[in-house]
Design a protein around this ligand. Structure first.
Ligand SMILES: Nc1ncnc2c1ncn2[C@@H]1O[C@H](COP(=O)(O)OP(=O)(O)OP(=O)(O)O)[C@@H](O)[C@H]1O
Length: 614
């Protein structure tokens, strides 16, 4: 690619220049295009008219009076008209003009038959006008379309020079036309042996920096591959070619080169257009020039640009994400700080609350201590009072009498007549009994602590026994027993009838009920353990009724002493009743074994109460 680029350097320069001109003009002067086209046509007609005037219409047969750009180029392409006109203006400027050996009619486009002839004429013309100080054009401007403006400019400059000369040539001739100082003043070196190479190896001098850079690149490229490489290449290509084939070959090569560079320029133009504007402005020319080094470099450059753009966008996105993340973190941080502050306030409040509660608790604790102290004091006083009360209570019981005798009159049983009653009358603790005697009816009075008549209920009878139960719990021994003849109602009073109910319960049940009730009421201050023994006394023998074998446990000749009798702990009245039923059953078994025993035996229920002051 480097060799190719170096060998085609002239085309590169001209093509790039024109492409940039075209594209630059397109960008800047789109609205002036049509006006410029008209102006260019006007100038072209002026140039063509002057050429036809100088050399004659016949000599300028290939050049119409108002030629199109293409007609203008083709008419001047052989260089014959130009050289003849120049010789008319400046006789001898081109010593030898190579005329076409054939009839121009055979060559419709006016092309020279020989490349050497063609380049000799044009080159000689260009060298001559350059020596005259007239702005010139490129040899390649006549080789391809679209470059006629500079040719027109040179022709009009020559016309101006001619007119200046015709008017006497006073002063310094100065061309005031629309000259584009695109070429350097560096002279062409006329070497017939290397005409093609000489025309190609001219140095470029362009106003734009991009073209300087391009020129430098091309020179470097040439240096790299040797100054003779282009010549060698051209010679090698043309060596086996006939002279007639050369123009066609050159034309085809040039058209391909032009086509290739136009394509590249177009692609570069699109690339620059799509790139960011500022980047295009600052780097556009440089970018264009560098891109001429080949598709590969363009692709690499494009890839780098794309990559940079991607990096740029990625960085932008990263920056935005970072910014968003930072903002979120700041929000969270702020929220956390507020939470911490809130927690601190809450903690402070809680501390103050705790401190206040501690003080309150301390005060309440002190108050409670005082209260407890007062209660303890009151309790000790209460105990003292209670003890005092107990003593007084039992003193009252003593005053009532340690032994109290009550009389209960049994009602007549069903079937018995009321007229048969021996009770005369009852009054407080006195009862008068009518007795029959041999000497007439007599009366006997008896005194008791209290007399219960036939209508007295079980509850009324027990109400006088009840205070004694309390004395039991206070540590006093109490004995309640019933005495009377058979059928007088002892069992009824002490236990109750066979069909037992709450209403007709006897003294035993009620006393036991009271006992457990009082024990329950005093459980905070006393603990009572209650146990029951039940024995039978018959013929001065003691029998334990709470064992099933009916064995007599102890027999003492000296009195009631039954330490070995079974004693069973109880915790409720029901427990006691169950044991009493057991005792009654055992007593019944004994009665069966011993005939008529029940009326002569005595059952004794002993309740042991052991109290402990808590
Ligand atoms: N106050 C009373 N009210 C109604 N009935 C009574 C009363 N007292 C006794 N009775 C009845 O009189 C009968 C005899 O009474 P109870 O068996 O209690 O006499 P007792 O003295 O125990 O006899 P024993 O010594 O032979 O055992 C029973 O049927 C009993 O129900």
């Amino acid at each position: 690619m480097a060799v190719e680029g170096g060998a085609l350097s002239f085309s590169v320069a001209s093509v790039v220049e024109d492409v940039l001109q075209q594209h630059g003009n397109r960008l800047r002067d789109l609205d002036l295009d049509s006006r410029k086209a008209e102006e260019a046509a006007s100038r072209r007609y002026e140039a063509a008219g002057w050429l036809r005037k100088i050399v004659g219409v016949v000599a300028a047969k290939d050049l119409p009076a108002e030629p199109s750009e293409e007609e203008f180029r083709l008419g001047l392409r052989s260089g014959i008209i130009l050289c003849n006109v120049l010789n008319k203006v400046q006789p001898g400027a081109v010593p030898k003009v190579v005329e076409s050996p054939c009839d121009a009619a055979l060559i419709p486009d006016g092309a020279a038959l020989s490349a050497f002839q063609y380049f000799e004429n044009v080159r000689n013309f260009l060298v001559a006008v350059q020596e005259m100080g007239i702005p010139n054009f490129e040899a390649s401007d006549l080789e391809q379309g679209g470059k006629s403006a500079r040719v027109v400019n040179t022709v009009l400059a020559l016309k101006s020079y001619s007119e200046w000369k015709q008017t006497g040539g006073n002063g310094i001739w100065k061309f005031g036309g629309n000259v584009k100082p695109s070429m350097s003043a560096k002279s062409f070196v006329r070497k017939n042996s290397e005409p093609f190479m000489n025309s190609l190896s001219r140095n470029l001098s362009m106003n734009e920096k991009s073209f300087n850079t391009l020129s430098s690149d091309l020179e470097n490229s040439n240096k790299m591959h040797g100054s003779g490489s282009l010549s060698m290449l051209v010679r090698a290509v043309l060596l086996d070619k006939k002279p007639e084939e050369v123009p066609t070959l050159v034309e085809s090569v040039l058209s391909k080169v032009v086509e290739e560079f136009e394509n590249r320029m177009a692609s570069q133009y699109d690339l620059v257009k799509s790139a960011p504007k500022e980047k295009t402005i600052s780097q556009g020319n440089k970018f264009l020039l560098k891109s001429t080094c080949g598709d590969k470099r363009i692709e690499e450059k494009n890839a780098r640009v794309m990559k940079k753009e991607e990096c740029f966008h990625k960085n932008l996105i990263d920056d935005e994400e970072l910014k968003n993340k930072k903002e979120k973190q700041q929000i969270i941080f702020g929220q956390q700080q507020r939470d911490i502050q809130e927690l601190k306030n809450t903690l402070r409040t809680a501390k103050a609350g705790m401190h206040f509660m501690q003080m309150k608790l301390h005060e309440e604790f002190n108050s409670l201590g005082m209260h407890i102290h007062g209660l303890a004091h009151a309790a000790s006083g209460y105990h003292k009072v209670l003890e005092e009360n107990r003593k007084l209570y039992n003193q009252v019981q003593d005053l009532k009498g340690s032994i109290r005798v009550y009389c209960r009159v049994r009602p007549f049983l069903s079937g018995q007549s009321n007229a048969m009653s021996t009770v005369d009358h009852m009054e407080d603790g006195n009862i008068t009994i009518s007795t029959a005697s041999k000497h007439g009816k007599g009366c006997k009075s008896f005194s008791f602590n209290k007399i219960f008549g036939p209508l007295a209920t079980q509850a009324e009878v027990f109400s006088d026994m009840q205070p004694l139960i309390r004395s039991v719990l206070d540590g006093y021994n109490v004995c309640i027993f019933a005495y009377g003849q058979t059928g007088s109602g002892k069992t009824y009073t002490m236990t109750g009838p066979k069909d037992l109910s709450d209403k007709n319960q006897g003294v035993n049940y009620r006393a036991l009920g009271d006992l457990f009730l009082l024990a329950e009421q005093r459980k905070d201050t006393f603990r009572y353990n209650v146990a029951v023994q039940m024995i039978e006394i018959y013929n001065e023998q003691v029998r334990d009724l709470l064992v099933t074998d009916g064995k007599i446990r102890n027999s003492s000749q000296t009195g009631l002493n039954v330490p070995d009798a079974n004693i069973i702990p109880v915790s409720s009245t029901c427990d006691v009743i169950d044991l009493m039923y057991l005792g009654q059953r055992n007593r019944a078994v004994g009665a069966t074994a011993l005939n008529d025993r029940s009326s002569r035996s005595h059952s004794c229920l002993t309740v042991h109460v052991q109290g402990r002051d808590l």
